[in-house]
Design a protein around this ligand. Structure first.
Ligand code: ADP
Ligand code: ADP
Length: 232
């Protein structure tokens, strides 16, 4: 089944002659346990699509359903609750709390939402993240790739319907990128999570089960099991 979908998504910025139609009617389904990469030129609407899907921005029209809940119909309070528990976020900058250990950072969203940590799931995530004893180190003692893996584990800890990652390897060298992408891919293949990432990096897209291309606010290609030639 689909973990999330969107129908007829339109997003317009500004009004009148200077209005920009950043999304021009996007219909898309994200199947469970798939890693989808969204690619496309700068200005094609990737960030806008991600923000509308994740409930960070309201579309001008159209609907978004995440884990069976129609996001656009929620009150602000319910939307906040949905974002905390049903949606995971990973950004280019890791946004870890410097005074907390990696393990404490991972459970922080649940602690803030006062949701008890599912220990068995936490152990699975922690085992997949491959940090070893670094789990009890603070962010300043970790490499960029390790910090971003902590941020990914934090996004997964509530077992969300979907994890949205916006350029997750944008700040990383190729070795750290491979660590992060390997973890995201394992979270899908081994833990059954659903991940949608925006990326410019063809190497990042090569980890995906599916690659969507956006052009001028529309999906112009949708490739399953893409080959290197499709992406490059
Ligand atoms: P991408 O992520 O693919 O680079 P964006 O979603 O950031 O694309 O932008 C799509 C279009 O919407 C671009 O033309 C951009 O200039 C415009 N846009 C994005 N955000 C805003 C905003 N807050 N105000 C006005 N225009 C915006
Ligand atoms: P492992 O295969 O030991 O779990 P990795 O973290 O290297 O370790 O990879 C996780 C998954 O990511 C692999 O099973 C594979 O599906 C995918 N993967 C690994 N390396 C690449 C690569 N260079 N390009 C595309 N996908 C890759």
């Amino acid at each position: 089944g689909a973990a999330a979908w969107a129908r007829g998504l339109v997003k317009t910025y500004g009004q009148g002659e200077t209005a920009v139609r950043a999304l021009d009617g996007v219909d898309v389904d994200f199947r469970s346990a798939e890693l989808t990469a969204i690619m496309g030129p700068s200005g094609s609407g990737k960030s806008t699509l991600m923000h509308c899907l994740a409930g960070l921005d309201a579309p001008t029209s159209g609907s978004v359903v995440i884990g069976g809940t129609e996001v656009s119909r929620l009150s602000q309070r319910r939307l906040t609750a949905l974002r905390r528990t049903r949606i995971g976020f990973v950004f280019q900058s890791y946004n870890l709390v410097p005074t907390l250990t990696a393990a404490e950072n991972i459970t922080l969203p649940l602690d803030i939402a006062r949701v008890p940590v599912d220990r068995a799931w936490f152990e699975e995530v922690v085992s997949a993240v491959g940090l070893g004893d670094r789990l009890h180190h603070r962010p300043s003692e970790l490499s960029g790739g390790q910090q971003q893996r902590v941020a990914c584990a934090r996004a997964l800890v509530s077992r969300p319907s979907v994890v949205f990652a916006d350029e997750p390897t944008g700040n990383l060298d190729s070795r750290s990128s491979a660590e992060v992408l390997g973890f995201l891919r394992r979270s899908v293949d081994e833990l059954g999570q659903t991940v949608v990432m925006v990326t410019h990096d063809p190497r990042a897209a090569s980890y995906a089960h599916r690659v969507l291309f956006l052009t001028d606010g529309r999906i112009t290609a949708d490739l399953s099991a893409p080959t290197r030639r499709d992406i490059l």
